[in-house]
Design a protein around this ligand. Structure first.
Ligand code: AMP
Ligand code: ZN
Ligand code: ZN
Length: 423
């Protein structure tokens, strides 16, 4: 073997090993490619748990004006389950949870033999847990800079890439600091200025859980406080005189759950036969022995009260084939306004007198879990109402505005929202 064939063999070996490991590492651009410099900007703002009807019910001045002036959807449909992590990541990837793999806030991965949960920093920041191509990774592939002031997935090295500017999640950072940082990013010189910016605010979700979605006082106060920060932010954005499109979404709505409707998850657990991972509206069961599917199904089915047991492959709630191993072999889905929790948590809530709670995670056939979509900017039509649509279609819309390629393997389609853009 001569020197050149030896080098060629080494190269092939390295490439082969990388492919076997599924490595598809790309690198982030350090400056916007020249072709992007004159392109528009997109700021995607997520208001966690902002239900589709909050604007109408509470009439926060700035968010109401924003929605009325631009495009607003009747509602935006979350994917199942209507939880924070799967839905933010569906918005970020244009894929349904059963396809991007973040199937719930907490789940078990049989291949890794490990549990992912949103409070586990190591897992949250490990890109190997995340499928699909987040929109900021897609931007990087086309040589465009991006930034994120908190967004599910943006803290992980997905395909080796994070947004050019990003922060580790810290819910205690004041909302004003977040908007100020975004203005600073937009004041950077054009080559270093991110064209895609992701933002996240958790306040309305927290108050919705604590007081329920029908509470007027505390919920309204949190909406109005956020509204004021956003109103000032919109003013500051206008002063920049840049072609900025702002898209405001939420990940899901909120349903009222009275304390007597909590179901103890321990009633369904049996470690000798399966692992149980509970997420409230949806629990996943992972069999120790796959041959026991029918037996365990019948056992669990016999316990049904205000919940239904499904073999995952037969569940009616996933819109694409639910084959992802992280979904488990069987699932339990509560009836609307019911929720699984562990006995300790239920007892604690009873003790402190929490009679009404807000929860989400339920299937989208009850409108209470529907989310919002409002968009305003130079590329958007004005004063337009558009019918309800699934959140997976936001991704191709952003690609279209930014003039970057839409990946072929996503679940969303540009046809759904193309009409809201000025041609
Ligand atoms: P949920 O249980 O679905 O209501 O989740 C909402 C919570 O998710 C919020 O209160 C945040 O504290 C948390 N959260 C949102 N984004 C992140 C993140 N990137 N890392 C860790 N926690 C997050
Ligand atoms: Zn949420
Ligand atoms: Zn929540």
């Amino acid at each position: 073997m001569n020197k050149y064939s030896f080098l060629l063999c080494c190269l092939l070996l390295i490439l082969n090993t990388a492919c076997q490991k599924g490595l598809q590492q790309i690198s982030s651009p350090s400056e916007n490619k020249a072709v992007h410099l004159e392109k528009p900007y997109v700021i995607l703002i997520s208001l966690d748990g902002y239900r589709y009807d909050y604007n109408k019910r509470f009439q926060p001045p700035h968010l109401s004006k924003f929605a009325a002036e631009g495009v607003q959807a009747t509602s935006m449909l979350p994917c199942f389950p209507s939880k924070t992590f799967p839905n933010h990541y569906s918005i970020a990837t244009g894929m349904r949870p059963e396809n991007h793999g973040l199937v719930n806030n907490t789940f078990y991965d049989p291949k890794k033999d490990a549990i992912y949960k949103m409070s586990d920093r190591e897992k949250v920041e490990d890109g190997t847990w995340y499928g699909g191509t987040p929109i900021w990774v897609q931007a990087a592939k086309s040589g465009m800079l991006s930034a994120s002031y908190f967004f599910v997935g943006s803290e992980a090295d997905v395909q080796g890439v994070r947004p050019n500017y990003w922060y580790r999640y810290d819910g205690s950072i004041p909302n004003k600091d977040r908007t100020k940082q975004v203005i600073d990013w937009l004041n950077l010189p054009p080559a270093k200025r991110p064209h895609l910016i992701m933002m996240y605010f958790s306040d309305v979700d927290s108050k919705g859980h604590r007081f329920g979605p029908n509470n007027a006082e505390q919920l309204k106060a949190s909406i109005f406080a956020l509204d004021e920060v956003l109103g000032n932010f919109f003013q500051d954005l206008e002063k920049l005189d840049l072609p900025i499109n702002v898209i405001i979404v939420s990940d899901h709505g909120m349903e009222e759950v009275p304390i007597e409707n909590y179901i103890e998850i321990e009633r369904l657990e049996d470690d000798s036969l399966y692992k149980t991972v509970n997420n409230g509206a949806l629990a996943h069961f992972y069999l120790n022995d796959k041959n026991k599917l029918e037996e365990v199904y019948q056992n669990l089915k016999a316990k049904e009260t205000r919940f239904r047991i499904y073999k995952t492959s037969e569940s009616p709630y996933y819109k694409t084939n639910p084959t992802h191993p992280r979904l488990g072999d069987l699932i339990a889905v509560v009836d609307h306004h019911y929720y699984f929790a562990d006995a300790r948590r239920i007892a604690l809530r009873k003790r402190v007198g929490r009679t009404i709670n807000g929860e989400h995670g339920f299937p989208v056939n009850n409108k209470d879990v529907h989310a919002i979509f409002y968009a305003r900017g130079p590329q958007m039509k004005s004063k337009m109402l558009t019918p309800s649509f699934e959140n997976i279609h936001v991704y191709p819309l952003i690609c279209e505005i930014l003039g970057i390629k839409i990946p072929k393997d996503i679940d969303g389609s540009i046809n759904v929202l193309a009409d809201i853009l000025i041609k």
